[in-house]
Ligand binder design. Sequence first.
Ligand SMILES: Cc1cc2nc3c(=O)[nH]c(=O)nc-3n(C[C@H](O)[C@H](O)[C@H](O)COP(=O)(O)OP(=O)(O)OC[C@H]3O[C@@H](n4cnc5c(N)ncnc54)[C@H](O)[C@@H]3O)c2cc1C
Length: 410
Amino acid sequence: MDQSQKPVLIIGGGISGITAAVEIAEVGKEVILIEKMPYLGGNVVKFNNYFPKLCPPTCGLEINFRRIKQNPRIKYFTSTEVQEISGEKGNFGVKLKTNPQYIKNNCTVCGKCAEVCPEERPDEFNHGFTKTKVAYLPHEMAFPYKYHIDNEYCKKEACKKCMEVCEYTAIDLSRNEETIDLEVSSIIIGTGWKNYDASKIENLNYSTSKNIITNVEFERLIASNGVGENKLLRLSDNAEPQKIAFVQCAGSRDENHLSYCSAVCCSASLKHALTIKELYPNTEVKIFYIDMRVSGRNEDFLVKVQDNKNIELIKGKVGKISELDNNNLLLEAEDILSGMKIKYEAEMAVLATGIIPSNINLDMNLDQNQFIADLQKGGIIPVACSRKPMDVSSSVKDATAAALKAMQIN
Ligand SMILES: Cc1cc2nc3c(=O)[nH]c(=O)nc-3n(C[C@H](O)[C@H](O)[C@H](O)COP(=O)(O)OP(=O)(O)OC[C@H]3O[C@@H](n4cnc5c(N)ncnc54)[C@H](O)[C@@H]3O)c2cc1C
């Protein structure tokens, strides 16, 4: 293959990987986009809505999915990870591993496989709060739009009920994992973020109560297509909570956990508070914070929240949360402005836990916070949240910059 024809490999099919892929392909270069999950979209696809406009994730993602579908220069592989990278800038050898693709691309999403499937699996899309059949549609805007069979839970040849019922012979349970060898000119890493493990913050007692949840879990609890199907229900008793507390910097800006600021948690909690107000105008919301760090267009949220009589912003770090006998939660905090210690009984507490980089089992240069260091050389280009926490609009700009850098390497 002529060096100038080698494609760019993009690892991670979140908003940054997708953006880089379409930008590169639309100026004429070949792209290979790989994603470890069975669908593209990354964390954004699980949100109820996203700031600054508070539109649903379909807005923004759907157009990009169409651009991918229509562009023959983009090849994408889901359920796929990189096993090995060798070589150097302009001339990398890459080995990919794809999990068995039991459902083929001629799936019509009729759903008969799920109807007859006797097994269940925890639904990772809803953070395990719900279950799906082992033959399942990952979510209603999944791209690629097709059913998937969870290799871990499927009884395969011992069951085969799904194969028997599929009129389109779109299911083949004898398929194995595949390895693919590639030659690429440059590699963009858009592997993004995951939530900090809240159980490590012992004083906030996340593991001891179902009603203490993280901000990421809250997205699926309040989502119209989420756990409560248009209702916000707390997990202990399926009741609609009347008093909700947000705990900012849960483990962030704390030398014992994450020393850095995750940049998006304040805006995310303001977004959550405003979403609660839309659904439940009378619900009491309190946000405990150290500093309210919002910038740009997100400042509008802060003003809206400050204007809302049922949302209170309390400057003070929550020192402890304990569960009471009635499953409510007692938050203990210091109100910095009044100098008083306060106790607040909430029915649900949402921990604004920070962002940490997703693991990638490849030998990478990391910075002091374990994000991938942007060395500006070497042909491997980290993008967006794989290199530092940032919101969607910054991720998209970062992806465009990464695309430009990658295209200059031949
Ligand atoms: C609670 C919360 C709410 C937020 N709300 C908003 C909001 O309203 N508006 C906003 O602008 N921003 C918001 N953000 C920030 C937003 O989530 C990020 O800006 C965005 O997800 C960054 O996109 P990304 O592509 O870098 O990463 P991700 O969205 O994390 O995507 C990375 C992708 O890479 C895949 N991947 C990971 N490892 C591998 C691997 N080894 N091989 C292959 N694929 C891999 C992942 O499965 C994933 O699909 C919020 C963040 C949090 C924590």
